[in-house]
Design a protein around this ligand. Structure first.
Ligand code: BEZ
Length: 241
């Protein structure tokens, strides 16, 4: 028997991504197991055949290869049925020419969730915003199936996909280099050095610049991290033939 929670749960950062099986526009998925070893962006949209969602799907689909280079897969969800999803995605491909994008084919899976099983499991239904539609939720799940970031947007506001891309780069950089990233960080910008060790040194004897490190105060030290060094860690290498 399936072990699915039907209460409106809210997974949190650091939790294991709740498991589910679902039907999608690309066949059945067993989540997050099918994505072991990859980063995944699981995101919900309120409804098929709506304008903000259409602009989001066009944008996300046009960035899919960029995300793949970060070993990151996209999985969408709404509480619509499979035939609605298929008809909407076909309309997007055949008819919509928006913001310089046309003939956009959405090849990542879009989960059908008429029962709202998955939407409930992930806290995507937020009844004071809408009772019959998911909000615009974004769950970033790492290769071990752990939720690393969550973003929620209301129905009226399309997401910023550059920010989601930046977020994946920042999480992967934090993992690869043991650093944190400051506001608006992009690869090539200075990163934040963990304070306990290195800035303990700073507290005693250093303020200002020493080598690659710059301390603004004892609790706030940054260092350079070359864009090339970052990108070489983040960009997925093509599989060997
Ligand atoms: C939209 O995607 O345009 C939308 C969906 C649900 C409510 C409001 C707007």
């Amino acid at each position: 028997m399936e072990n699915i929670q039907t209460v409106n749960t809210m997974p949190r950062i650091g939790d294991k991504a709740p498991a589910f099986e679902a039907v999608t526009t690309q066949g059945n998925i067993n989540f997050p197991q099918d994505y072991a070893g990859k980063w995944v962006i699981l995101f919900s949209h309120p409804a098929d055949f709506t304008p903000v969602c259409t602009s989001e799907f066009i944008t996300f689909a046009s960035m899919q290869e960029q995300f793949r280079l970060l070993n990151t897969e996209l999985v969408g969800l709404s509480v619509d049925g499979l035939y609605s999803h298929i008809a909407w995605l076909r309309t997007i491909k055949e008819k919509i020419d928006w913001n310089g994008h046309k003939n956009i084919e959405v090849t990542f899976p879009l989960i059908e969730d008429i029962s709202m099983k998955v939407a409930n499991l992930y806290g995507m239904l937020q009844p004071n915003e809408a009772t019959t539609k998911a909000v615009r939720a974004v769950f970033v799940i790492d290769p071990k199936g752990v939720i690393r970031a969550i973003i929620y947007y209301p129905l009226s506001t399309g997401r910023n996909f550059d920010e989601i891309y930046r977020l994946i780069q920042a999480l992967q950089t934090a993992d690869a280099f043991g650093v944190a990233t400051p506001a608006d960080w992009r690869p090539g910008d200075d990163v934040i050095v963990p304070t306990a060790g290195s800035c303990g040194v700073a507290k005693n004897r250093m303020m200002g610049k020493e080598g690659d490190m710059h301390c603004y105060d004892w609790f706030f030290c940054t260092k350079k991290l070359d864009k090339e060094a970052v990108l070489s860690k983040l960009v997925a290498k093509p599989a060997k033939k």
